[in-house]
Ligand binder design. Structure first.
Ligand SMILES: [Ca+2]
Length: 386
């Protein structure tokens, strides 16, 4: 079917659904069906119309997700459950199994196996000591500085070293892309015959170091202070964030920590956000158990401290806000995500490229859908500039 025809069909379907069926069920079910169809369509076609349809789908999907999460403020203190203000001594994963899960998470996020054969893991330049730690645990490889990228890379080229890594991560990696690299670039080589049964971890169990390794590479901790002039108050939000090209890992993480998954059309990226204080508490519980090993551990401690401050503060006075603002500025100021940031899209000054408009809108605009009655709703697009 031609995408445009499908798109019109989709709108009719949506309107029909809200008119004839009970709103509660039709809305959610339609989104569910649409999101499933969307994935199939976007796999078989790749043009702009398909992307546009995908955008509409995900907008509705995100809307549903956002409806489920709540934005909390200090006045909702009953929602902020108590955690211990004390943190345990920082520990590294001792056993081979624990280290294997950590390494698998790190490789899933920022590692690459090539045909040479070679493994390269990229680190933020601030995490050179982590790169050397990985080298010492594996017993092979070298660490190099990449000046132009503010990064260091850990490179293993020796067969014995790669085999040692495969031993560590067998049954522990989770992304299909890394499994494909291992199958296509390594296991076709007779040197790796011992690993012919190499598997990825298909379980839903995240109670191990995997997410800690994955987060050291791809996650960030954010503290947001939002001034709500309409309500004359400041909201504090704690957000644990991971961006990925595919959403299946994020769904797994969401199942463990709560939160929501959004989609950034401009970059074709899925974004996990912990969003609520309840999720933040789960994030804290996870990283209290499975310690981060990169510079993000310090970010986490400040983020955690902010949670405790909010938990203990009776009212958000100017002094507390001032100090929260101070912490906020130092958290995630050196996010490793930025080392991959691509410069803004190249476009003509006078002819607006639709992709640019979408990207711009992602930053500064919002879509709203207001439901008045079961079958009556209005859609609005807002854009604010200073
Ligand atoms: Ca990555």
């Amino acid at each position: 079917m031609h995408p445009e025809v499908f798109f019109i069909g989709f709108l009719i379907l949506l309107c029909a659904g809200t008119t004839f069926l009970s709103f509660k069920y039709s809305y959610l079910n339609i989104i569910k069906v649409i999101v499933t169809k969307l994935n199939k369509i976007s796999q078989s076609a790749g043009n702009f119309t398909t992307f546009f349809i995908k955008r509409i789908f995900l907008l509705l999907y995100n809307l549903k997700e956002k409806g489920e999460s709540t934005s909390e403020t200090l006045r909702d203190k009953t929602k902020i459950k108590k955690i211990s203000i004390h943190t345990s001594t920082h520990l590294k994963p001792e056993t081979e199994k624990n280290f294997g899960h950590y390494l698998a998470g790190l490789i899933d996020a920022d590692g690459n196996f090539s045909k040479v054969p070679q493994l390269v893991i990229v680190f933020n330049e601030l995490d050179a000591s982590l790169a050397y730690y990985i080298k010492s645990r594996i017993g092979y490889g070298n660490v190099y500085k990449v000046k132009s990228k503010k990064a260091v890379i850990f490179v293993v080229g020796k067969l014995e070293g790669i085999k040692k890594i495969l031993q560590f991560i067998n049954g522990k990696i989770r992304t299909s892309s890394k499994l494909d690299q291992i199958n296509n670039n390594l296991l076709i080589n007779p040197h790796f015959n011992d690993f012919i049964n190499f598997k990825k971890n298909e379980t839903l169990d995240l109670e191990n170091y995997w997410l800690s390794g994955f987060s050291d590479a791809d996650a960030s901790f954010q503290i947001k202070l939002i001034n709500r002039s309409d309500k004359n108050k400041t909201e504090v939000r704690l957000n644990f964030k991971i961006d990925q090209k595919k959403d299946y890992i994020l769904i797994l993480i969401k199942n463990l920590l709560g939160g929501n998954i959004g989609y950034r059309f401009s970059q074709d990226i899925y974004s996990y956000n912990s969003s609520s204080f309840d999720s933040a508490r789960k994030v804290i519980h996870y990283f209290d158990t499975y310690h981060l090993l990169s510079h993000k551990y310090v970010d986490f401690l400040k983020w955690r401290k902010t949670y405790c401050r909010i938990m203990e503060t009776k009212d958000l006075d100017s002094l507390t806000l001032k100090s929260l603002n101070k912490i906020k500025k130092t958290v995630n100021s050196i996010s490793s995500n930025r080392k991959y940031s691509i410069s803004t899209l190249n476009h003509s000054k006078y002819h607006l490229n639709p992709f640019w408009v979408t990207g711009f809108s992602d930053g500064d605009s919002s879509f709203t859908v207001k439901f008045k009655k079961r079958s009556n709703f209005t859609c609005k697009f807002y854009l604010f500039l200073k």
